[in-house]
Each structure stands twice: as structure tokens, then as C-alpha cells.
Design a protein around this ligand. Sequence first.
Ligand code: ATP
Ligand code: MG
Length: 249
Amino acid sequence: MVTETGTPLLSIRGLETRFGSKTIHSGLDLDVQRGEILVLFGGSGSGKSTLLRAIIGLDAPSAGAIFLEGQDITQFDEKQWREVRKKVGYAFQNGALFDSLTVAENLEYPLRELTDMSAEERYKARQNMLERIGMPEIGDLYPAELSGGMQKRVGMARALMLNPALILYDEPTAGLDPANIKKIANLMLDRKAEGQTGILVTHDVACALMVGDRIAFLNEGRIAVIQERAAIDREPDERIAAYIKGDVE
Ligand SMILES: Nc1ncnc2c1ncn2[C@@H]1O[C@H](COP(=O)(O)OP(=O)(O)OP(=O)(O)O)[C@@H](O)[C@H]1O
Ligand SMILES: [Mg+2]
């Protein structure tokens, strides 16, 4: 359910990101409404992951503002960023599990770092999450003992442990077989049904059209167009249509 009323959960205004002489974002504006999954399309190297990294504070933008619930998080100090990290989960493009920790320890990591939950509460929370992702038995395994698809699901589960208001999914289905893609898509839809807001970066058009409420297209440093999911079937914007057809690099 997309609620258009009230302030957006996330508002980005005039975002600029430069690495040396290279400009990645320039004058980028984007609003993400509460409860929606916004899909972000864009060619490889267009700056999608960098945008997610800015939202979670891993890359500082060169200029511009990122408002989360109305507050400009680019101005936050380290203590305030801890609060942001409870509200925003990031499922990394590569899973980014800690290799030296078991699955259980990986899942409990954000709980240890950012909450004062007891060991028993942490145990319950991660077992509950392992059930949700359909792999209750794997807590004692290390990431290297899992398949790529399992690692992705655990990475996503770790991003969901704190039940963040906003979750950033960076290519969650890349390289997965159809059965794992379906599991990931269903997990995203389940969370959306529970009211969680998401930004989904993906090259997987089928998955995007299945879970997305709106589709945005990042091109030449800014959001070139945003279209409601329902409108894509009726009369797709020509730039989105070209991207879907593979005519845009
Ligand atoms: N820390 C950095 N220093 C220098 N350049 C960077 C840095 N991070 C990203 N870039 C550059 O910014 C550009 C955008 O990278 P980004 O990872 O955001 O692309 P992307 O849209 O996620 O691509 P893909 O679809 O391949 O994942 C690339 O040209 C990349 O080389
Ligand atoms: Mg990327």
C-alpha cells in the first residue's frame, strides 16, 4: 500500500556526489513514500549503489541534503548515525557477511552493536529470522559453507534484524536461480505487507515489476523519470521502456 499522504519517509534534494573529477550524482532529487517499494533502475556505473551508500552514511555526498523523517541526516554526528542505522537496513550487493562469524553471529551482530537485548532475546530473534528465510538449521554454519543464494538470503536477513523502517536492497536477486529469486521476492513482498518501506536496486526486470510500486530511472546523475508500476503496462515512459528492452546502457 502506498500512502501518498504526509511527508515522505525519505527525501533527497540536490544531491551531488563526486569522486575526484568524476561526477556521479548531480542535482539528484528523490522522494520515497512510506510503505512503498521504489525500484531504482540505471545502467552499470550510473551511481545506484553509491546512492544507497549515501543514504546509510557510508559515502558522504559532496553537496545536497538527505531527509529521513524530515531530518537532514547528512548533518548528523556519529551518535545520531547510530539511530539512523536502526531505522535503515542495507542488504549489500555482495551479501557482505563476516566470514569469520557463523550465520547466527552474523544475524546477531546488529543486535549486539545497536541494542541492549539479552543473549536470550538475541537468540530468539535470530532463530525467528532463520525460520522466516526458510533455513532454521544453518545458524552454526560459516558463510563459506553456504551457497551464493543462501549467503544472499542471510545478508538480507541481517539487514532486516532490527526491523528497519526503510530497507535498501542492492541487487538482491543477482546471480540466483529462479527458486531463490522467488524466495527473495516473497520476502520483500512480506515485509512490504507489514508496512516496511524499501528501495530496490536491481537489473532484474521481472522481479522489479513484481514487487515495485514505482519505478525510477537513474541516468546522467539524476532521476530522469519515475513512473507508477501500474502505468508501465499501459503506457511506459519511453526511457523506462528502452531500459527494459536493453536499449540503454
Ligand atoms: N569510493 C569510490 N571512489 C571512486 N569512485 C567510486 C567510488 N565508489 C563508486 N565509484 C564510481 O562511481 C560510479 C558509480 O558506481 P556505483 O557502484 O554506484 O554504480 P552502480 O550503478 O551501482 O553500478 P552496478 O549496476 O554495476 O552495480 C562508478 O563509476 C564507480 O567506479
Ligand atoms: Mg551497484
